[in-house]
Ligand binder design. Structure first.
Ligand SMILES: *[C@@H]1O[C@H](CO)[C@@H](O)[C@H](O)[C@H]1NC(C)=O
Ligand SMILES: *[C@@H]1O[C@H](CO)[C@@H](O)[C@H](O)[C@H]1NC(C)=O
Ligand SMILES: *[C@@H]1O[C@H](CO)[C@@H](O)[C@H](O)[C@H]1NC(C)=O
Length: 334
C-alpha cells in the first residue's frame, strides 16, 4: 500500500518540478526587468520612441544620434528590447514593436503602463497612396484611420447604417458583367475607442484618430528641411524629397501592393500613406491620454508601380529620411 502510494507522488513531484523550472525562470527574469524599469523611472520621464522592423531601426541607429545609457542600455520585457538613452539631450525609451496592429498596440500599452513616459513618437516607412507625393517623401499625418475593420457581405448584402465606406468587389471585375462576384462587398466599420476621457466601459465610434495638435504645430515648422535624395552613389530619386505635415494615413493588417485597392483607399478615405501599425499606436496612446505623433517615410507606391514593389530598393532611403525627421522633431520638443 505504502509503496504504491508513494510512486504517483514521486511522478507528480517530478512533473511539477519540470514544469515549475521554466516558469520560475521566466517570471524571475520578468521580475528583474520590472525592477530595472522601476529604478529607470526614478530618472524619468522619458519620451517613447516606437518603430516597427529592423530596416527602420538600422537607419535610426546608424545616424549615431541615439546615445545608449551606459548603466542600463536596455531592458528586455515580453520578448521586446526597450533601449534606454538620449537623443538630442532628451531622455528616451526606444522599442521596435514588430509588424502589425497587435504588436503595435501591445507595445504601446506596455510602454505607457510600465515606463514614465511623456508621449510617443511613432516612426517607420509606409506605402504611398497619393500621386502628388513621391517615394522618399516623409509624411506626418494629422489623422490616421484603421481601415481593416470590416463586415464582409454577400453581393447585395445590406450595409449597416454605421458603415463608413464600402468596397463592391464586383465593380472591379474585368471584363465587366461576367455574372456575380462571390467575394461580394466589404463594409468599413469604425474603431471602438475606449479612453480615459470617455465614459468608463463605453466605446465611442472612431474613424479618424487625431495626432496631438501641439506636436503637429511643432512638426509643421520642420517642413522644408533637407532630406536625402540618393540610395547610394549610383541610384538617386528624380526629385528632392519633401516633408509634408497634415495629410491622412491608413492602417490595416494588410501589406498593400495593389493599384486598384490603393486607388480605392485614396479616393474613399483621402489617405496619402498606408501602413500596418500607426493607427494602433495612435489609438492606444490617445486612449491612455498621451501625446502622440506619427512620422512615416514613403518607400514604395503600394502597388501603383509597374512591376515589383520598390520597398527593398527605396526602403532604406525612406527609413533614413524618416530617422532624420524624427531627430529634428525630438530636437524641437521643449
Ligand atoms: C444583386 O443585385 C443585382 C442588381 O440588382 C442583380 O443583378 C444580382 O443578381 C444580385 N445578386 C444576388 C446574388 O442576388
Ligand atoms: C496629396 O499630396 C499633396 C502634396 O503633398 C497634398 O497637397 C494633397 O492634399 C494630398 N491629397 C490628399 C487627398 O490628402
Ligand atoms: C545602389 O543601390 C541599388 C539598389 O539597391 C543597387 O542595385 C546598386 O548596385 C547600388 N549601387 C552601388 C554603387 O552601391
Amino acid at each position: 500500500m505504502a509503496e504504491t502510494k508513494r510512486r504517483p507522488c514521486l511522478v507528480v513531484l517530478i512533473l511539477m518540478s519540470s514544469l515549475a523550472f521554466p516558469l520560475a525562470a521566466t517570471s524571475l527574469r520578468r521580475r528583474k526587468s520590472l525592477e530595472t524599469i522601476k529604478s529607470l523611472n526614478q530618472n524619468g520621464p522619458y519620451l517613447g520612441l516606437i518603430t516597427v522592423y529592423p530596416p527602420e531601426e538600422d537607419a535610426f541607429f546608424s545616424t549615431g544620434a541615439f546615445k545608449h545609457d551606459p548603466k542600463h542600455p536596455f531592458v528586455d520585457l515580453s520578448g521586446r528590447r526597450y533601449r534606454v538613452g538620449k537623443l538630442e539631450g532628451k531622455k528616451i525609451i526606444y522599442v521596435r514593436c514588430g509588424v502589425g496592429m497587435v504588436n503595435a498596440a501591445a507595445t504601446t500599452q506596455q510602454m505607457l503602463d510600465l515606463f514614465d513616459i511623456t508621449g510617443i513618437v511613432h516612426f517607420g516607412i509606409a506605402g504611398n497612396a497619393n500621386n502628388s507625393m513621391s517615394i522618399g517623401d516623409v509624411s506626418i499625418p494629422q489623422e490616421v484611420a484603421h481601415t481593416g475593420i470590416w463586415d464582409w457581405l454577400k453581393q447585395n448584402g445590406t450595409l449597416e447604417t454605421d458603415i463608413v465606406a464600402h468596397l463592391d468587389i464586383g465593380s472591379y471585375n474585368v471584363p465587366k458583367n461576367r455574372g456575380i462576384n462571390l467575394l461580394g462587398r466589404i463594409g468599413y466599420r469604425n474603431e471602438q475607442f475606449f479612453s480615459e476621457s470617455g465614459n468608463p466601459n463605453t466605446a465611442q465610434p472612431l474613424l479618424w484618430a487625431r495626432i496631438s495638435q501641439n506636436w503637429l504645430n511643432l512638426a509643421a515648422n520642420l517642413e522644408g528641411m533637407k532630406l536625402e535624395q540618393c540610395v547610394n552613389s549610383s541610384l538617386c530619386l528624380p526629385q528632392k524629397p519633401k516633408l509634408v505635415v497634415g495629410l491622412r494615413g491608413s492602417t490595416a493588417n494588410v501589406f498593400v501592393d495593389n493599384a486598384a485597392y490603393r486607388e480605392f483607399l485614396f479616393n474613399t478615405f483621402h489617405v496619402s500613406s498606408v501602413d500596418m501599425e500607426s493607427s494602433a499606436v495612435v489609438t492606444t496612446s490617445l486612449s491612455n491620454g498621451f501625446a502622440v505623433i506619427v512620422i512615416r517615410g514613403l518607400s514604395d507606391l503600394a502597388g501603383g508601380q509597374p512591376g515589383k514593389n520598390s520597398i527593398d530598393i527605396f526602403g532604406p532611403l525612406a527609413a533614413r529620411n524618416t530617422a532624420k525627421v524624427v531627430i529634428q522633431f525630438v530636437k524641437t520638443l521643449p
